[in-house]
Design a protein around this ligand. Structure first.
Ligand code: NAD
Ligand code: ZN
Length: 358
C-alpha cells in the first residue's frame, strides 16, 4: 500500500493506493473513522463492474451499505440529479455520520463530492475513483461540481474528502480510449512539475499501456503525489494550482469547438499541451526540443498531437478563448513550459495565443 498524504491542516487526508484493494475499504472505514453506515453513489455501468467487490468488503466488517444509482458519466452532474440524491438520503435517514462514497469516474466523484459538501452541511466523503483520470486528478484536491446549462462546473464547492481509496486494478475494465485520455493528465503533472517522473514515463510507457500492475500503481502514486503537493501548497487556486491548467486553455477551446461529446477531455488536453509547448519554445521560454519530447511521449501512449484544421477554424477558437478571459486586460492566464518539469503562468490575450496560426 502506498499512501500520499494531502496536507491541508486539520482537513488533511490520505490517498491510499494498492492494486486489488477495492474489497478492503470496509476495514479502513471501520478502523480509520469508526463509520457505522455508508451510502455509495455510482452509475449502473460502474456498479455492474465494481460494486460487488466494494459491497462484499463492507459486508465483511458489518458495515451497512446502500447504493444510489445516478446516470452514467457527465449526465450525473446536474442539480436535478443532486436533488434526487438528497431525496434518497432523506428517505434512508442519513445523518452526519453517514459516509458518502463516490464510486466511479470523475463525474460520479464530482457529484458525490457536491452532495456530500451540501447535504446536512457536510457528510464525510470517501472517493473511490475508477478511471485513470479520476484516480490521478478528479478525486484529489477537493473541487466538487455540477454543470449548468450555460457551462461546465459552474456550480460547486471546495470540499475535501476524508479518504481517497485507489485500486489501480479496476482500470483493467476501462476502454483503451478512456485510459489514454487519463494518461494525458498524468503526463501533464510530470511536464509541469517533475522531470524525473517524465523520464520514468518515457521509459515505462509500454508497461503502462499493458497495464502492468507495479508500473501502473507507481504511475498513479506519483501523479497523485504531485497533484496532492500542488493542492497542499495552494488549495484555492491563488497561483500555483493554476499550473495544473497546463494544456487546458487551448484544450478547453478544442472541446468547445468540436463539441464535448466528440472529444474526450484528456484528448483535448494533450492537443492543448502540445500547442502550449510549441508557443513556449517560439517565445524563447523553453529550450528547443521541449515540445518534441512532449509530443513523443503523448504519441507513444496513443494520443493525437495535432489540432485538426486549426487555421480554418481560427475564428471559432478565438471566440472560445475569449469566453475564458479573466480580469480586465482581456488576457488569460496561460501556462507555459520553461523546460520539462517546470512551468509558469503568462498573461496572454486570445489574439496573442493564436498569433502564429494563420
Ligand atoms: N474535481 C476535479 O478536480 C476534477 C478534475 C478533473 C476532472 N474532473 C471532472 O471529471 C469528469 C471526467 O471524469 P472521467 O474522465 O473519469 O469521466 P466519467 O466519469 O464520465 O467516466 C467515463 C466513463 O468511464 C466509465 N467507467 C468508469 N470507471 C470504469 C471502469 N473501471 N471500467 C469501465 N468503465 C468505467 C464510466 O461509467 C463513464 O462511462 C468531468 O466531469 C470533469 O469535470 C474533475
Ligand atoms: Zn483536466
Amino acid at each position: 500500500m502506498s499512501t500520499v498524504q494531502v496536507m491541508l491542516g486539520n482537513r488533511s487526508y490520505p490517498i491510499r493506493i494498492r492494486p486489488g484493494s477495492l474489497g478492503d475499504l470496509g476495514e479502513a472505514l471501520v478502523s480509520e473513522f469508526e463509520a457505522a453506515r455508508a451510502v455509495a453513489v455510482t452509475s449502473k455501468r460502474v456498479a455492474a463492474l465494481h460494486y460487488g467487490a466494494l459491497a462484499t468488503g463492507l459486508a465483511r466488517v458489518n458495515l451497512a451499505l446502500d447504493r444510489l444509482l445516478v446516470p452514467d458519466g457527465e449526465r450525473a452532474k446536474t442539480l436535478r440529479v443532486a436533488s434526487s440524491v438528497y431525496d434518497r438520503l432523506i428517505e434512508l435517514g442519513a445523518t452526519r455520520q453517514t459516509v458518502l462514497i463516490g464510486l466511479g469516474g470523475g463525474a460520479s466523484c464530482d457529484l458525490a463530492g457536491f452532495v456530500a459538501s451540501t447535504f446536512l452541511r457536510g457528510l464525510p466523503l470517501v472517493q473511490v475513483p475508477t478511471t485513470l483520470l479520476a484516480q490521478v486528478d478528479a478525486s484529489v484536491g477537493g473541487k466538487t461540481a455540477v454543470n449548468h446549462a450555460l457551462g461546465k462546473n459552474l456550480i460547486g464547492t471546495f470540499y475535501q474528502p476524508r479518504l481517497v481509496w485507489v485500486d489501480p486494478d479496476v482500470l483493467a475494465t476501462l476502454s483503451p480510449r478512456e485510459r489514454r485520455a487519463g494518461m494525458a493528465e498524468v503526463i501533464k503533472v510530470a511536464a509541469i512539475w517533475d522531470a524525473d517522473f517524465f523520464k520514468w514515463l518515457e521509459e515505462n510507457s509500454v508497461s503502462l499501456l499493458r497495464l502492468e500492475r507495479t508500473a501502473l500503481a507507481e504511475c498513479v502514486s506519483r501523479a497523485c503525489g504531485i497533484k496532492a503537493e500542488v493542492v497542499g501548497l495552494d488549495e484555492r487556486e491563488a497561483g500555483l494550482r493554476a499550473l495544473l491548467n497546463f494544456g487546458h486553455t487551448l484544450g478547453h477551446a478544442v472541446e468547445v469547438v468540436n463539441g464535448y461529446r466528440h472529444v474526450r477531455h484528456g484528448e483535448a488536453v494533450a492537443l492543448g499541451m502540445v500547442f502550449a509547448a510549441r508557443l513556449s519554445e517560439r517565445r524563447g521560454l523553453a529550450p528547443s526540443g521541449t515540445s518534441a519530447r512532449l509530443e513523443g511521449l503523448l504519441a507513444r501512449v496513443g494520443l493525437a498531437t495535432e489540432i485538426a484544421d486549426l487555421p480554418g477554424q481560427r475564428a471559432a477558437y478565438l471566440r472560445a478563448l475569449a469566453v475564458d478571459k479573466k480580469g480586465t486586460d482581456g488576457a488569460l492566464s496561460f501556462v507555459v513550459l520553461r523546460e520539462i518539469g517546470r512551468a509558469e503562468l503568462l498573461r496572454l490575450t486570445p489574439e496573442e495565443i493564436l498569433a502564429e496560426v494563420a
